[in-house]
Design a protein around this ligand. Structure first.
Ligand SMILES: Nc1ncnc2c1ncn2[C@@H]1O[C@H](COP(=O)(O)OP(=O)(O)OP(=O)(O)O)[C@@H](O)[C@H]1O
Ligand SMILES: [Mg+2]
Length: 448
């Protein structure tokens, strides 16, 4: 049972080394078997081919050398030997010299090196020449020196290395590597085109979640990618339809409720004044405020499109509006917080947070900064804050901690609900905490 565990661990370790992108992975899948195949076939083919070619070339050379030895034996005169030297040079491309009186050591053969060429030479000369012989394959770049013992002389032969050794191997290997590279380049090119529509789909889906639309996005690429893109587009339309249906219906209802409410208010005005009537009147006023608040929100949600803005400038407008109302506001925003948002909706959401801080505290601090993935805006005050167990509830529409419904101490209770709705439609999140200033800390996190 231990072996599979170790194997699993190896795989897990290898996984970290593998490419993460689809492009990298598909290239690996295409190219790895191909290179493996090339390497294996090169090795198998060349092991045999090289052997055979060298054996034949060396065999031819050995035959020539034994023929020369035989001729030299038969023509011992100096003129005859000079003729043979000429013949070797002109017809066999061999430079030979006869060194009379020299003797090679009899422990034959001596050789430099231990490659396939040397082994074949030794083998063939042992078989067919059977005399003391030395080989030097290392001293000259283009020549190989062979010394053969003759009865009373030494025959020195220089043979071009090319005649004994095929260099096509290297050319072949270079072609293999070259063609692999070309193939890799072509595969990269094609795969990149295949991956691009997937990446586009990913970006469109991500941006849709952040409330940014891509009207130019169209299904493209392979069938499966097209299917996924078409499914995404359908889903996007359905979601948009649902949102606008919800908004339409609720604003229709709210709008229609206003007519009977107005009628009630008018009828109340005609009735004789009493305590009960005054309460009814204030209830109706509150219902009208709630409906107005909701309608204002629903109108804001109408088809505003996202544009790139400077969030710092937007926060500056929000802060100066609060200052005009006599609030004490500090704003600290990083430079160049460029972000794609629906500006009116976002401004309204942030204003809601600042208004809350203004209503409950004396000092307001707004800070904005960005990290790698998101922009974070914090609105803090020095008021009483919101107890932890209420921090979910306060986001509910029309929910107020202070239930008196007194317009002096609070609004209709839509501010946080609207702010959260807007932030979420930008793919972000809003959270509440305790500020170091003592009051509420509302943090808005918007993805870049
Ligand atoms: N900064 C804050 N400090 C203390 N309590 C707060 C703060 N912000 C909000 N709250 C509490 O949360 C409740 C809900 O806030 P929300 O903004 O949704 O409604 P509202 O301010 O009452 O009305 P509206 O914003 O619609 O005019 C508020 O009534 C208040 O009790
Ligand atoms: Mg509010």
């Amino acid at each position: 049972m231990r072996a599979p565990l170790a194997v699993n661990r190896t795989f897990a370790a290898a996984k970290h080394l593998l490419p993460r992108s689809l492009l990298g992975r598909s290239l690996l899948i295409i190219v790895t078997p191909l290179i493996l195949l090339q390497v294996i076939s090169t090795i198998i083919f060349y092991d045999r081919h090289w052997d055979t070619v060298t054996r034949r070339l060396v065999g031819g050379f050995t035959g020539e050398v034994s023929a020369l030895i035989r001729l030299l034996d038969e023509n011992p005169t100096p003129e005859g030997q000079a003729d043979i030297v000429e013949l070797a040079r002109n017809n066999l491309n061999l430079q030979i010299t006869i060194k009379p009186g020299e003797v090679l050591s009899p422990d034959m053969p001596t050789v430099t090196g231990d490659g396939i060429l040397e082994r074949t030479l030794v083998h063939q000369f042992n078989d067919r020449v059977r005399r003391p012989v030395t080989f030097d394959t290392a001293s000259y770049e283009r020549l190989i020196e062979v010394n053969v013992q003759l009865p009373d002389a030494v025959l020195q032969i220089f043979v071009p290395r090319k005649r004994l050794f095929s260099s096509t191997t290297y050319i072949f290997v270079m072609w293999m590597v070259g063609s692999s590279l070309i193939l890799f380049a072509v595969a990269t090119l094609f795969m990149r085109n295949q991956v691009r529509p997937i990446r586009r789909l990913a970006i469109a889906a991500d941006d849709f979640g952040k409330g940014r639309d891509h009207p130019e996005f169209k299904p493209a690429g392979a069938t499966e990618v097209r299917q996924a893109s078409a499914a995404f587009l359908d889903m996007r339309d359905r979601i948009q339809r649902q949102i606008s249906q919800r908004t339409d219906m609720l604003s229709g209802v709210s709008h229609d409720l206003r007519t009977p409410l107005t009628r009630m208010r008018l009828q109340l005005a005609l009735l004789p004044q009493s305590d009960g009537i005054a309460e009814l009147r204030s209830d109706i006023a509150e219902m009208e405020r709630m409906i107005d608040g909701y309608l204002a929100f629903a109108r804001g949600e109408d088809e505003e499109s996202a544009v790139e803005i400077d969030l710092g400038a937007l926060l500056g407008e929000v802060a100066s509006a609060a200052r005009r109302n006599g609030e004490d506001v500090t704003l600290k925003a990083e430079e160049a917080l460029r972000l794609t948002v629906r500006p009116t909706a976002m401004k309204r959401a942030l204003t809601n947070l600042v208004e809350n801080a203004a209503r409950h505290g004396d000092h307001i601090r707004i800070t904005a900064q960005r990290d790698r993935k998101a922009v974070e805006v914090a609105v803090e005050d020095d008021g009483p804050g919101i107890p932890e167990e209420q921090r979910t509830e306060v986001f509910r529409p029309f929910y107020r901690i202070e239930r008196s419904r007194n317009p002096e101490t609070g609004g209709v209770g839509l501010g946080l609900a609207i702010a959260r709705d807007t932030v979420r439609r930008h793919g972000g999140e809003i959270s509440l905490g305790t500020s170091e200033m003592g009051g509420l800390l509302a943090t808005v996190r918007l993805p870049l």
